[in-house]
Design a protein around this ligand. Structure first.
Ligand SMILES: *Cc1c(COP(=O)(O)O)cnc(C)c1O
Length: 406
């Protein structure tokens, strides 16, 4: 029996919420697979995936089962104790990656916060306080805490909040010479997204990541990959570093890790992890049994040849159709990305209009994202059905056709 709730509408948002978001005019109430329904009962196909979070769509049976079983078992116990779902998930992440140690938290920003603090702590312990500089990329995004906006390369997110965290510099992405010029013996870490997600779905060049690895090794700096958006199967490999064959020292994960349940993780080696001794870092909810139980189910489903190969095949299906739409209507200059993180770069005539396109798509019954005002981004479920891809892209084409012919 469902509980009777007081009725609420989109207009309530403007009455009771802090206005830091500008949500769509309709309110989704239910989701199943790659579909959601709003309050009026209207059905929409979801290629936004909750911003690359719903890796297995909505209400995937394996995740519902893991969550409800855990909900009937143990919700929260704190890190004064450990718990079984945490230990099982950590084992699975360690078995599947370069990492030997895991720190759990609740979001991507917190995973990066832990990564940056670890990098500084390691450098401080081994080389002294001078070695504290972090090199990051222009246009990068690493979260919204003060440390992570300071490291992120988008001043619109970091300006106007008082003094920023010091010792951070930004270099143009994919520019090897600029990175070479910036890294020194004072560098404690280089932080990169293997594909810049929020910045416009811009993949790193292989040579760039290789150069970053070499420079870090030469200067005793740590290489941090922010895989919050690119991880957990999104690119067709469990993590994007596997696609490139360049291994970081520290990796941050969140978003798809929980498939819609909040969880983040920082992965690293034993050698580095030992610098975060008991008491140096922590968070109340980190390693929460509910989140870890769901994430365990996510990794069990995602880290299989069937799902990862499926991502690669679906990627081709998306890209072929999107390139055809781009050519027919002259809206895209490029369709890029890896796996099911796809960015359609708008042509000159459409620059700045990504929001217009995603609003038009919603009218046709399709949820998509933007990544900067110049890129339309697709981050659907990794198990989106082929028929849903066709139907969703037909809706997308209708939206584009209407805009072009308007
Ligand atoms: C979304 C994102 C973050 C921040 O994650 P939150 O869970 O919103 O804190 C950090 N880095 C990247 C690359 C992201 O895409």
């Amino acid at each position: 029996m469902s509980v009777q709730h007081d009725p609420v509408q989109r207009a309530d948002f403007d009455q009771v919420m802090v206005p830091n978001y500008a949500p769509a005019g309709f309110v989704p109430v239910r989701g199943q697979g790659s579909r959601v329904w709003d309050q009026s009962g209207r059905e929409l196909l979801d290629f936004a995936g909750g911003i690359a979070v719903n890796a297995l769509g909505h209400c995937h049976p394996a995740l519902v089962k893991a969550l409800t079983e855990q909900a009937n078992t143990l919700w929260h116990i704190s890190n004064v104790f450990t718990n079984e779902p945490t230990l099982r998930l950590a084992h699975k992440l360690v078995d599947a990656t370069f990492a030997e140690r895991v720190f759990f938290c609740n979001s991507g920003a917190e995973a990066n916060e832990a990564a940056f603090k670890l990098a500084r702590r390691v450098a401080h312990d081994k080389f002294g306080p001078e070695k504290c500089e972090i090199i990051a990329a222009t246009n990068s995004f690493h979260g919204r805490t003060l440390f992570t906006v300071s490291v992120g390369g988008q001043p619109k997110y970091s300006d106007g909040f008082g003094p920023k965290i010091q010792g951070i510099s930004h270099v143009p992405y994919n520019d090897i010479e600029a990175l070479k010029a910036a890294v020194s013996d004072k560098t404690c870490a280089v932080v990169l997204e293997p594909i810049q997600g929020e910045g416009g779905v811009l993949p790193a060049d292989l040579a760039y990541l290789q150069a970053a690895r070499e420079l870090c090794d030469k200067h005793n700096a740590l290489l941090i990959f922010d895989e919050v958006q690119t991880g957990m199967g999104r690119t067709g490999e469990l993590f994007a570093y596997m696609h490139y064959g360049v291994t970081p020292d520290i990796l941050s994960s969140a978003k798809s890790l929980g498939g819609g349940f909040p969880i983040g993780a920082m992965l690293t080696t034993t050698e580095l992890a030992k610098h975060l001794v008991a008491g140096t870092h922590g968070t109340t909810y980190g390693g929460n049994p509910l989140g870890c139980a769901v994430a365990e189910a996510v990794i069990d489903v995602v880290n299989t040849p069937a799902v990862l190969d499926g991502v690669k095949a679906k990627s081709e299906q998306f890209k072929a159709r999107l390139r055809a739409i781009g050519e027919q209507y002259g809206v895209f200059s490029e369709v890029r990305g890896l796996g099911l993180l796809i960015g359609c770069v708008l042509s000159d005539a459409w620059l700045g209009k990504a929001k217009t396109i995603l609003d038009a798509a919603a009218v046709e019954g399709l949820l998509v994202l933007q990544a900067s005002p110049d890129v339309v981004r697709f981050a659907p479920s990794l198990v989106v059905e082929d028929a849903d891809i066709e139907e969703g892209l037909a809706r997308f084409e209708r939206a584009v056709a209407k805009l072009v012919n308007a």
